[in-house]
Design a protein around this ligand. Structure first.
Ligand code: DX5
Ligand code: ZN
Length: 228
């Protein structure tokens, strides 16, 4: 059994507002072997920036066979999830910090046959989602490597240890590391237990996207103590 890393490129690091550019970006990512595309929804309230909403998610669904990895950085996500489920999210992630009824929201997302994710910001210790992990209520945990809100920030070093902590508490959950991932820290993040590397700047600022995706992915490795 091999552990395979998936790369989830974040389109906010490209000009997604230009339809032609967006379409050609999706083709490029498919050709580079990406199975996921990361969609950062920001509402200008939970975070300062505003990106896009379910309308763009719906449009992208019609344009690609990649799975849509939707990361909701919005206030009251429990009131928003339905729109994104309808728009075609394959993974739908809400933040621990602003989701009072986290277990219920995760259960609801799963009941719609969508993978349920919980994201933890740099200020949130892993212990806060201990029960969620113990009860296997999440399919994906996004460990943020930067403060949510923008692409192109520097990786906060303590985030790597948080990947290891989540892995310690749950051997099966998909761990996604989001923000500040680059060609230098990718290897250790893979080793510590991450399954999905989200990447904006590293991929889209590179000259050869295919090569960069391949380098971030690394070679499949023997799973060792991990079950994924
Ligand atoms: C940050 C977003 C990330 C970010 C990744 O709020 O969730 O997905 O755009 O971009 P890079 O890889 O440039 O940090
Ligand atoms: Zn994200």
């Amino acid at each position: 059994m091999f552990k395979i890393i998936r790369i989830s490129p974040s389109i906010i690091a490209t000009d997604y507002k230009n339809e032609d550019n967006l379409k050609s970006t999706l083709r490029t990512l498919e050709k580079a072997g990406c199975q996921l595309v990361h969609l950062d929804v920001m509402d200008g309230k939970f975070v300062k920036n505003i990106t896009f909403d379910e309308k763009l998610v719906d449009f992208i669904k019609g344009q690609t066979t990649m799975l849509l990895d939707v990361h909701l950085m919005v206030e009251h996500p429990e009131e928003e999830v339905d729109k994104y489920i309808k728009a075609g999210a394959d993974i739908l992630t809400v933040h621990y910090e602003n989701t009072p009824n986290l277990a219920e929201v995760l259960k609801y997302i799963r009941s719609k046959n969508v993978l349920a994710g919980v994201a933890i910001s740099p200020s949130t210790p892993v212990i806060k989602i201990k029960d969620i992990l113990a009860e296997d209520l999440a399919d994906v945990v996004i460990v943020m490597g930067v403060r949510p809100g923008a692409t192109g920030q520097t990786f906060i070093p303590g985030s790597a240890e948080k990947v290891a902590e989540v892995r310690e508490l749950n051997k099966n959950v998909f761990i996604s590391i989001d923000g500040g991932v680059n060609l230098k820290n990718a290897k250790i993040l893979r080793k510590l237990g991450a399954n999905i590397l989200v990447s904006g700047k590293t991929i889209f600022a590179s000259k050869n996207i295919k090569k960069t995706v391949k380098a971030l992915k690394g070679r499949p490795f023997i799973r060792g103590i991990y079950s994924l």
